[in-house]
Design a protein around this ligand. Structure first.
Ligand code: ADP
Length: 190
């Protein structure tokens, strides 16, 4: 299997690049943010719970997120591999994912990180807030909170994969196609 963690701060372009990568490598895209938003739209219990955190720019509790992610993986028994987008976002989630995949006799192949600096992220997120209707992209305070949570809780996940020699950083500034080429090159030469 080819299992990729697509990593990077909010607004780095994970969703955009995931769509292109799943098409090329025939992988299943699992975006925890998208799954939460789907649940919010359908007014499920999980959606109501997730919304109370997402609206404030906080992380949904690990226990809930891990359980949901595992259920999603289990829905795709015949997958050639997965792109995990927005997961793992904490050290705890990274450990849970490792154990879960090991129980299925597989593992993460590599972590691809889109590197984009903070000023550019804020610009992109505010722009997305205008077009996409995502509530968490409209409010500069919520955006700042998400970036802070990323720096405090998510950025350290990098070292989890670095210590396993699975971390590859890619410049996330440039055209969508150029960034896609860099990602493909990283996968193909890993
Ligand atoms: P972005 O990367 O732009 O913040 P996402 O769609 O990945 O957007 O996530 C939106 C929100 O969903 C996050 O701010 C967080 O509240 C919640 N969320 C997504 N993934 C996770 C996760 N792995 N753990 C906890 N909360 C998550």
């Amino acid at each position: 299997m080819l299992n990729i963690v697509l990593f990077g701060p909010p607004g780095a372009g994970k969703g955009t690049q995931s769509e292109k990568l799943i098409d090329k490598y025939k992988l299943v895209h699992l975006s925890t943010g998208d799954i939460f938003r789907y649940n919010i739209k359908n007014a499920t219990e999980l959606g109501t719970l997730a919304k109370s955190y997402m609206d404030k720019g906080q992380l949904v509790p690990d226990e809930v997120t891990i359980k949901m992610l595992e259920a999603e993986v289990n829905k795709h028994a015949n997958a050639k591999g997965f792109i995990f987008d927005g997961f793992p976002r904490t050290h705890n989630q990274a450990e849970a994912l490792e154990k879960f995949l090991a129980s299925k006799n597989t593992s993460i192949t590599l972590m691809l990180a889109l590197e984009v600096e903070e000023q550019e992220l804020k610009k992109r997120l505010l722009l997305r807030g205008k077009d996409s209707g995502r509530a968490d992209d409209k409010d500069p305070e919520v955006i700042q909170k998400r970036i802070n949570v990323y720096n405090a809780e998510t950025a350290p996940v990098k070292s989890f994969y670095e210590s396993q020699k699975k971390y590859v950083g890619v410049n996330g500034i440039g055209s969508i196609d150029d960034i896609f080429k860099s990602l493909c090159n990283a996968i193909d030469t890993f």
